[in-house]
Ligand binder design. Structure first.
Ligand SMILES: Cc1ncc(COP(=O)(O)O)c(C=O)c1O
Length: 414
């Protein structure tokens, strides 16, 4: 019988490099730093499983309000903002839609219906949420219409189309839904000067802005920068509302931590409007969940934790930007037919790649999954899978490319 090997057959193996994202998550889990927000919460003797009040956990929704509206500008007084905790961003969108469908008065031009304007395209749930409330419990229906947003040939913002649509068709008392930053699904935001023109249009035509803020800090890495459009509209004295989510920027997805804020003309109206939103909340969910918002409040109320969070936001947003750049560079290197600059010009987690439904279907053979619209989550890319994804995109684009009549590379099937 052969003697047992003194050493393991694998003793010469080197440690394989860890996957960056999973390693980061593992490091975080293993971190016993007593300042971790969740640990602070568990150590808090006042933490219990009682119901929260109907509007939620006040420290949370007040801190959330300050994060969106800022604390610097005294032209936005806090007593003009009705805030309450919601079932994350989706719940905030819903309760805002329900409230406006029921209570926003319309000053119609004869025969005109009230309209909610949403971008084409938008987060798919906006359609569902507004369709659910469209009959309006006051018997005053609200109709869903889209305004131009995405310019497919250039894969950029169709700003002229958007302004023309709204100028020609929106009427006083209509609601316009705007993504505060990192537009989902296109990843294309207006520039600051375009935002100013949108604000002018809303003011001039008397449109009610409804901001959806699901990615504050995730787009540019700077919380104030990503809230800039909301603050710009607010300081003009306009009435507006905000649906705020902490799913992505605090990673609290399943905890459903969000807030709804309604900015009104004066404190007295604000208090009455808030009582109506609170009543809706009572009828729909009674009282919101307590765990996630308490974690968020632990972070938002502690300057040292806020600083750490800001660093994390810079890390996350920079990683996404570097993945955009790497995918672009790889496609350039492969000379993949078509233009790909839009991948680096877009912002946030998502990219509208411009890939066709057929190409998206073919990518499944490479085990790459994206929406039929060609939207990918850039956050899903990492240094290990990037080359594979680029090679697969290159292969399917070449396979489906129509022969270009002018001898150029063509434009990737659009
Ligand atoms: C534009 C937009 N609004 C709202 C949400 C709401 O997310 P949640 O309900 O998870 O906070 C999302 C999430 O994908 C989104 O992209």
């Amino acid at each position: 019988m052969a003697p047992l090997q003194p050493e393991s057959l694998f003793s010469k193996l080197e440690t394989a490099p860890a996957d960056e994202v999973f390693a980061l998550m593992g490091d975080f889990q293993a971190d016993t730093f007593p300042e971790k927000a969740e640990q602070l919460l568990l150590d808090d003797p006042t933490f219990d499983h009682e119901y929260l009040p109907i509007p939620g956990y006040a420290p949370f929704y007040n801190l959330a309000r300050d994060l969106i509206f800022g604390t610097e500008d005294s032209s936005i007084p806090k007593d003009r903002i009705a805030s309450l905790q919601t079932i994350s961003g989706t719940g905030a969108n819903h309760i805002g839609a329900r409230f406006l469908a029921d209570h926003l008065p319309h000053l119609p031009t004869a025969g005109a219906k009230r309209t909610i304007w949403i971008s084409d395209p938008t987060w798919a749930n906006h359609h569902l949420i507004w369709n659910l409330v469209s009959s309006g419990s006051s018997g005053n229906p609200i109709e869903l219409k889209t305004y131009a947003y995405y310019h497919e040939p250039t894969r950029s913002l169709n700003f002229d189309g958007m302004m023309k649509d709204l100028e020609a068709n929106a009427t006083t008392g209509d609601v316009i839904l705007l993504h505060a930053c990192a537009h989902n699904p296109t990843g294309i935001d207006p520039t600051r000067s375009q935002w100013l023109q949108i604000a002018d249009l809303c003011e001039r035509k008397g449109l009610f802005p409804f901001f959806d803020s699901a990615y504050q800090g995730f787009a540019s890495g700077d919380l104030d920068n990503d809230a800039w459009p909301i603050r710009e509209f607010a300081k003009r004295g306009m009435e507006l509302c905000v649906a705020q989510s902490f799913s992505k920027n605090l990673g609290l997805y399943g905890q459903r931590a969000g807030a709804f804020h309604l900015l009104c003309r004066n404190a007295e109206v604000t208090a009455r409007a808030r009582s109506q939103v609170v009543e809706l909340q009572r009828g729909e969910i009674s009282t919101p969940p307590s765990y996630g918002p308490r974690i968020a409040a632990k972070i938002l109320s502690d300057p040292a934790l806020v600083e750490m969070w800001k660093e994390d936001l810079v890390t996350m947003s920079s990683r996404i930007k570097s993945m955009r750049r790497a995918l672009y560079d790889e496609l350039q290197k492969l000379q993949t037919p078509g233009t790909w600059e839009h991948i680096i010009n877009q912002i946030g987690m998502f990219s509208y790649t411009g890939l066709t439904k057929e190409q998206v279907g073919l990518l499944r053979e490479y085990h790459i999954y994206m929406l039929d619209s060609g939207r990918i989550s850039i956050a899903g890319l990492n240094t290990s899978n990037l080359k594979y994804v680029a090679d697969a995109i290159d292969a399917v684009v070449r396979k489906t490319a129509k022969p270009a009549s002018n001898g150029s590379n063509g434009s990737n099937g659009h």
